[in-house]
Design a protein around this ligand. Structure first.
Ligand SMILES: NC(=O)c1ccc[n+]([C@@H]2O[C@H](COP(=O)([O-])OP(=O)(O)OC[C@H]3O[C@@H](n4cnc5c(N)ncnc54)[C@H](O)[C@@H]3O)[C@@H](O)[C@H]2O)c1
Length: 415
């Protein structure tokens, strides 16, 4: 089959590689010039796709990276994996619409168009289908096929990857579902079929909402435990000894990445604006999680006052990790970046070290720019494997550990 993958990001690139591996001819459509160029040079910017895999795909002759639409002609399946961010704190479907228009201009009868981007229920039917039908004059489900299959990729997860993570697949009609199942059966091991597009869309957005709400619950528990003088991490371990009815979530500096801070808003905004309904628990969770970076800053501020008898202004602070989670270089919506920003806004002199993140202000080396002991405080924000926790514990004057991974000691506080 000839496959067009719209967007070569964290979702689209692994999908394109899996399709090449399965023997399909793949065009990865990527409008971002920098990304397009890197891919053509055989340099992967997605951790889960080694550059060697990308280069092998290019050399196979079955993978091409395109910025020009002409390359999209003749596809059998187009998969849309474009961003669904927030704009002014509201869902922004402009990328989905733009990609749909591009796909529509090259659609041939009998082709299948699949949306993978995370979005609110109704998007595939009410946004994607009309764009394709209006541009072609054809009927979805008869002249071409429509499906929604949410992506569950977990960057940095070495156990659950694109091919072995169960894949939810849904179609506009039974024939649409069949076409999409046929495609995914060639690239993934386990398909879970949904009976409607909306069920699949809601399932995806709920998966992330569930995590978001549970993370908020333990973040608030952590704040209360601190007031009570109880170690929340040990408390959670105790609760986790119950073999049924409890799933452990961990506190942290907040939630980040493209999913948790964003996806629940698609759901809450949609039900509020379209149906006048509130998803109250989710809105409360958003408040709690969004306040977590400021809570970390407050904790640091308290420590600087009480232990070091100094203010945040002028304090030398080392922030370890700016990616939103361990093992990834993705710092989108990162709470760690917010902690750093808020500390700097208060006049702190912050050095940031992250071996995964490429940015001019971030040190990537194995050691910080100054020895650990020369900082007033070290704050561990992302628990990358590369950080030598023993060395940090031995040398730092004070550590605030927001991930609960450091050994317990008088100069080490956990959130
Ligand atoms: N990153 C994750 O871990 C993850 C996991 C599950 C689901 N998702 C969802 O998948 C979708 C994509 O996320 P991502 O992390 O891959 O984003 P990304 O920003 O890494 O990649 C999207 C790519 O689409 C390109 N693009 C923008 N407009 C386009 C257009 N009109 N046509 C073609 N390409 C276009 C961008 O240049 C970008 O490279 C989002 O809806 C996201 O919520 C992401």
């Amino acid at each position: 089959m000839k496959i067009a993958v719209m967007g070569q990001g964290y979702v689209g690139l692994p999908l394109a590689m899996a399709a090449v591996e399965a023997g399909h001819d793949v065009v990865g459509f990527e409008p971002d010039q920098h990304r397009w160029q890197q891919l053509n040079w055989g340099t992967s910017y997605v951790e889960d796709v080694p550059s060697a895999t990308l280069r092998a795909a290019l050399e196979s002759g079955r993978y091409e990276v395109a910025r020009l639409e002409d390359w999209l002609n003749d596809f059998d399946v187009a998969v849309i994996t474009v961003p669904t961010p927030l704009k002014d704190r509201q869902p922004d479907l402009s990328y989905v619409r733009a990609a749909a228009k591009t796909v529509a201009a090259h659609l041939k009868p009998g082709a299948t168009v699949i949306l993978e981007s995370t979005t609110h229920p109704g998007t595939t039917r009410d946004v994607l289908v009309p764009i394709l039908q209006d541009a072609t004059g054809w009927t979805a489900g008869e002249d071409f096929y429509i499906a929604f299959s949410p992506e569950r990729i977990d960057p940095g997860n070495t156990a659950w990857k694109f091919t072995n993570t169960p894949k939810i697949v849904s179609g506009l009609t039974p024939k649409c579902l069949e076409q999409a199942e046929h495609f995914y059966a060639s690239i993934t091991q386990n398909i879970v079929s949904a009976s409607s597009l909306e069920e699949a869309e809601l399932a995806k957005v709920f998966e992330n909402t569930y995590r978001h709400v549970n993370v908020a619950l333990v973040n608030e528990l952590g704040r209360l435990a601190h007031v009570l003088g109880v170690d929340v991490w040990r408390t959670l371990n105790l609760a986790d000894s119950k073999p049924f009815g409890f799933t452990k979530f961990l506190p942290g500096p907040g939630v980040g990445g493209h999913c948790l801070p964003v996806d629940p808003v698609y759901l809450t905004h949609h039900v509020r604006t379209q149906y006048g309904e509130a998803f109250r628990l989710v809105e409360l969770a958003q408040d709690i999680n969004e306040g977590q970076p400021a809570y970390v800053v407050r904790r640091l501020q308290d420590t600087l006052n009480t232990r070091m008898h100094r203010g945040v202004h002028g304090a030398r602070i080392l922030a370890l990790g700016v990616a939103y989670k361990a093992g990834t270089g993705d710092s989108r919506e990162s709470p760690a970046a917010q902690v750093v920003g808020q500390l700097e806004a208060k006049g702190a002199l912050v050095d940031v070290m992250d071996p995964h993140v490429y940015a001019p202000s971030v040190f990537r080396g194995p050691t910080p720019p100054k020895p650990y002991g020369e900082y007033d405080a070290v704050v561990l924000l992302t628990a990358h494997d590369e950080f030598d926790l023993t060395e940090i514990a031995e040398q730092a004057a004070y550590v605030l550990d927001t991930r609960g991974v450091m050994p317990v000691a008088p100069h080490i506080e956990r959130l």
